[in-house]
Design a protein around this ligand. Structure first.
Ligand code: NAP
Length: 246
């Protein structure tokens, strides 16, 4: 029986690349998305055309009932749960803190912090312990250690919370055989930059990275898959930078 992976925000970007890579490696894949149903259906179709099994589930990670439904449907459809990738996240437009509205900060923290906590809490409740070899991977960001001044310190701080959650939850679950790790991507070419009003951000700033280029969603996905695999069997509480030296 195939292993099952549930990804938050798997319809586009890093989540999408993770879904496709996991399906290609034999995982059954369930993923959530918030609004873009067409993109979600394309991911399912692509996986099914390659002979894999996938389920797209609409819902907002910041709404508890939506998160519970996503886990219920994953377990009902595939009959098991082995890995959870806590990926869904947003950025805002580039602003110094002094110009940020409370509505913007609220939305940022609801999605990136509360949403990640709810998704991770359900994973902690439902992943099989001991012999299962289950794992949780958070998608944090290099912003957690860079601070993102004048762009989005709210976003950077939300990822700092994810790093701390990774460390704490890894210690809570280690005795049950559940590994908890995070990847910290740097500048990755996805649509998230356009959603923050800077569609060329990854290309433009990619030149300032020590490796002199932005990364791809696939490069991040490969790290996530590795952390979910038995090859990372002694890895827990790790914050893995996938940032080209940035
Ligand atoms: P993206 O291309 O904008 O895709 C975001 C995905 O998350 C989409 O599937 C979106 O669904 C979903 N999503 C957004 N808000 C959601 C919500 N409230 N509930 C459920 N799903 C939601 O973003 P990305 O670049 O792949 O980013 C993925 C993760 O990597 C984020 O946590 C981000 O902070 C992190 N990251 C990205 C970069 C980068 O340079 N790209 C760097 C460091 C870290 P819809 O399609 O329905 O909107």
């Amino acid at each position: 029986m195939s292993q099952t992976m549930l990804i938050s925000g798997g319809s586009r970007g890093i989540g999408r690349a993770t879904a496709l890579l996991a399906a290609g490696a034999g995982w059954d894949v369930a993923f959530t998305y918030r609004a873009n149903r067409t993109a979600a259906e394309q991911v399912v179709a692509e996986i099914e055309s390659l002979g894999g099994r996938a389920q797209a589930i609409a819902g907002d990670v910041a709404i508890e009932a939506d998160v519970l439904r996503a886990f219920d449907r994953t377990q009902t459809t595939f009959g098991r749960l082995d890995a959870v990738v806590v990926n869904a996240g947003i950025v805002g437009s580039a602003l110094p803190l002094a110009k940020m509205s409370v509505e913007r900060m609220q939305q940022m923290f609801d999605t990136n912090i509360l949403g990640a906590f709810l998704f991770a809490r359900e994973a902690a409740r439902r992943l099989p312990g001991q012999e299962g070899g289950a794992s949780i991977v958070f998608v944090s960001s290099a912003a957690a250690r860079l601070g993102s001044p004048f762009e989005y310190v709210d976003y950077a701080a939300s990822k700092g919370a994810i790093d701390t959650l990774t460390i704490g939850l890894s210690k809570e679950l280690a005795g049950q055989g559940i590994r908890v790790n995070a990847v910290r991507p740097g500048l990755i070419e996805t649509e998230i930059h356009a959603s923050g009003g800077q569609p060329d951000r990854a290309q433009r700033l990619g030149q300032t990275v020590p490796m002199a280029r932005p990364g791809s969603a696939q490069e991040v996905a490969r790290s996530i898959l590795w952390l979910c695999s038995d090859d990372a069997s002694y890895c827990t509480g790790a914050l893995l930078d996938v940032a080209g030296g940035r």
